[in-house]
Design a protein around this ligand. Sequence first.
Ligand SMILES: *[C@@H]1O[C@H](CO)[C@@H](O)[C@H](O)[C@H]1NC(C)=O
Ligand SMILES: CC(=O)N[C@H]1CO[C@H](CO)[C@@H](O)[C@@H]1O
Length: 377
Amino acid sequence: MRRLNKKRALNLVKELDAFPKIPESYIETSASGGTVSLIAFTTIALLSIMEFFVYCDTWMKYDYEVDKDFASKLRINLDITVSMKCHYIGADVLDLAETMVAASEGLKYEPTVFELSSRQRMWQRTLQKIRKKVQEEHSLQDLLFKSAFKGSPTVLPPREDKSSYPLDACRIHGHLYVNKVAGNFHITVGKAIPHPRGHAHMAALISHDVYNFSHRIDHYSFGEPIPGLINPLDGTEKIAIDHNQMFQYFITIVPTKLNTYKFSADTHQYSVTERERVINHAAGSHGVSGIFIKYDISSLMVTVTEEHMPLGQFLVRLCGIIGGIFSTTGMLHGFVGFFVDIICCRFRLGAYKPKSIPVLDGHMNNHSLPILDDVEQ
Ligand SMILES: *[C@@H]1O[C@H](CO)[C@@H](O)[C@H](O)[C@H]1NC(C)=O
Ligand SMILES: CC(=O)N[C@H]1CO[C@H](CO)[C@@H](O)[C@@H]1O
């Protein structure tokens, strides 16, 4: 009884066989079939190699969510050179809460030469070119994200010819921490003096003739500094045509969480619009001359994650390519053969008749029926 069941089960499994063994004598090879197989195998190989490259590659995925982190401080990294002597100017931040950030601790004032040496000029041109390209093509930004930390930090190379020029400018560089609210970073004449209501700059004693707010921004970023990343203001250079001139930059900061395979960082991207005008009270253009960088923080946060095709997906796609091309070319081959047969009138000439007669003559048992199917193919 048990044996019988076993046998039956074995038969059932045998019937489920999707890969029946066909005796070699039934397989007929042909030149056209060989060519098609060759084409199929080449295509499979090519597509598999391409798929492998896709598998090895990684890409950036962007997710957006509301930024809930209000408590943390915002770090501003800057490196700005102003065409005025250091004791004339002062930099500080005033935020929406009207609290002044004592900028003096984090920022260094360093006398320097405004005119760039030829090597420095070349560095600046390169920086400007990369920045322009990044703005045009977003995919380049992904590349920068991926290669960040590999790249050299965006710092102006030192002059090759020292002391041949007078130190006519002031380089303000360093970082400072501000509240995570909209604010205004500015560089104006006179050092900032805290005041019960806001703050003031001591400018009364300085002659307007020394005013020159021509400036160069070598680096301006928010958040953790990531060497290799190019920010929209990096490489900006503005020459003042008048002593009393106001340069304004309006920045919208987008908090960005960066997760690549090499590192992860909390950084900030930003976009900027700029405006400049000459201050002339007689002509109705009021204001304070200086450099003003107003920033506002977007409530949306971007998470940039480096992604990569999982191995399982790669294998599934590989199977899809191999199986798909195999069966598609087989079908195409069959179709083409069928139409060639029709065109050559092989049916009318009766080329198939002799083959089908032995099957129909009743000498064969019903097990040979699958072979009949085979012949018809
Ligand atoms: C300010 O300095 C720059 C660079 O030294 C110079 O080209 C420009 O003419 C100066 N502007 C004024 C108004 O003096
Ligand atoms: C040899 C044999 O078993 N022949 C059978 C094949 O099937 C037909 C009908 O399906 C039967 O009539 C034959 O007896």
